[in-house]
Ligand binder design. Sequence first.
Ligand code: COS
Length: 384
Amino acid sequence: MIRDQENLDVLLSTISNFVSKRLVPAENSVSETDEIPADIVAEMKELGLFGLTIPEEYGGLGLTMEEEVLVAFELARTSPAFRSLIGTNNGIGSLGIIVDGTQEQKQHYLPKLASGELIASFALTEPGSGSDAASLRTTAVRDGDFYVLNGTKRFITNAPEAGIFTVMARTNPEIKGSGGISAFIVERDTPGLSVGKADHKMGQRGAHTADVIFEDCRVPAVNLIGGKEGVGFKTAMKTLDKGRLHISAICTGVSERMLGDALNYAMDRRQFGQPIAEFQLIQAMLADSQMELYAARNMIIDAARRRDNKEDVSMEASCCKLFASEMCGRIADRGVQIMGGAGYVSEYAMERFYRDVRLFRIYEGTSQIQQIVIARNMIRKAQK
Ligand code: COS
């Protein structure tokens, strides 16, 4: 759903300008220093990028899902690290509060997330629990007006920067599966919470992940999301349904950038007396990529519209995440192939993108988890 086409067009062209004038020129230095410069972060705040999807009543832009994916297509035409910094505030870090939080929780945290004053992080994965998220072992034991958290969360995006964490922990050890899990908002300076050193990753330098450790960490009971125990796994799954659509759009935007770079290179690079873009074997790689991008864009917009229409898009979100992230991997691979030696050296962006995009097939649910979600939905529908 697009609420106001004119306003949206202004936003899209502002973001597109910001990406090409400010972010693309900074890509190499972000990759070298592993840091996004403070002036760029400040501009991102000014542009409202931290609050794109936070409801307007809490100071955000309140984008609909369709508007959000259109913005994501633009925002992703550069290093994924920039998107990652604002990604958790707009997605998995804040969504638990937006969909299931109490009025007080929303009023207290959302305005600070929308302005970028606070960074939010989503803490589900653990050393022993990744794809099997319902097996998580972090515990939260009620003690008067507090819950005492113990456990370790792993690969937590933006943990080094985060001011608050949405943490899934087991409040009922009797229930081994999803029903024993609750979701909490945990502030960074809560005694007993510590953040490990940043992980050294294959790509996406400038975007940080780390362990988050809870040792007798006393969290006020009012920070139980929605004030309700036992529904934290569902909060996490609802969050991921939306997050997966967002990531699909990011995969598509990055793919458009990579394909654009590959096309420009192929039109410029001459071999055997002509631009390599004139060769049909190169054209096949360009065409296959364009075809897939067209499909990805359309399926993502369709799923986004359905979500705006309040349909359950769990299956469609997984279809989009699976298709777009796998496509992104193929387009990165073809990009390197088209550029040959130039695709393999760091002088060109393709080598960096090739490493950066590998993560898309893993986080917010691996490709195999998306297949499981899709197939289970198919079976459930057929059984009805
Ligand atoms: N929205 C709302 N509720 C959902 C849901 C969704 N999308 N998906 C599942 N649920 C509910 C189910 O309806 C079920 O509720 P009931 O117990 O009331 O019937 C409950 O949650 C448990 O669901 P299910 O039985 O399907 O859970 P499983 O343990 O089999 O796990 C998968 C489901 C594998 C899909 C889940 O663990 C998953 O998504 N894993 C990947 C985690 C992930 O993406 N990690 C990345 C970390 S974030 S970067």
